[in-house]
Design a binder for this molecule. Sequence first.
Ligand SMILES: O=C(O)[C@@H](CO)OP(=O)(O)O
Length: 215
Amino acid sequence: MLQVYLVRHGETQWNAERRIQGQSDSPLTQKGEDQAKQVGDRVRSLGITHIITSDLGRTRRTAEIIADACGCEVIADPRLRELNMGVLEQRHIDTLTAEEEMWRRQLVNGTPDGRIPEGESMQELSDRMHGALQSCLELPPGSRPLLVSHGIALGCLVSTILGLPAYAERRLRLRNCSISRIDHQQSAWLASGWVVETAGDVSHLDAPALDELQR
Ligand SMILES: O=C(O)[C@@H](CO)OP(=O)(O)O
């Protein structure tokens, strides 16, 4: 059985300011750096063999801090990036116009091929996230990878493994530096293939960032 750990990056400046990041970037806050260290403390004894991260700055920084604790190299995979949110990136979520909010809602409501102008559809996000996950099956036997990615991207991955539509990610709270685990297995009892062991665990964080008002 292959166990894959999934970690959302630490809190960033724009997360705290409620600004849309997507494939734009902002640095980790001090709290975000502390959260990443707490992930490192939690996973250092789990035998992680590979840390594979989205190539955006906030995930790379989180991955480096975790890698220090685990003694692994960091491998970048752009397929683990956040959903491309096109022209709405860098905007404050509370200041969208009615038309902009409608673009955002097309994603939230699962409109087929819904996307923000110049952005990506949930299907495109799902396809590349599953591509990155399938690559883990090609690692040497006994590997235990940890993937560092983003809120919508990881929510989409977990939702679709469960057989839900990609936009069901909106019903899954994956806080900064939460840990999820998925396993690839052959089983007569559970479905064969990917199964979800746990999602959104924050028990290792002394002060989880961003409450339900923010995410
Ligand atoms: O892009 C963003 O603003 C958020 C959305 O959840 O993603 P993340 O902070 O996980 O990169």
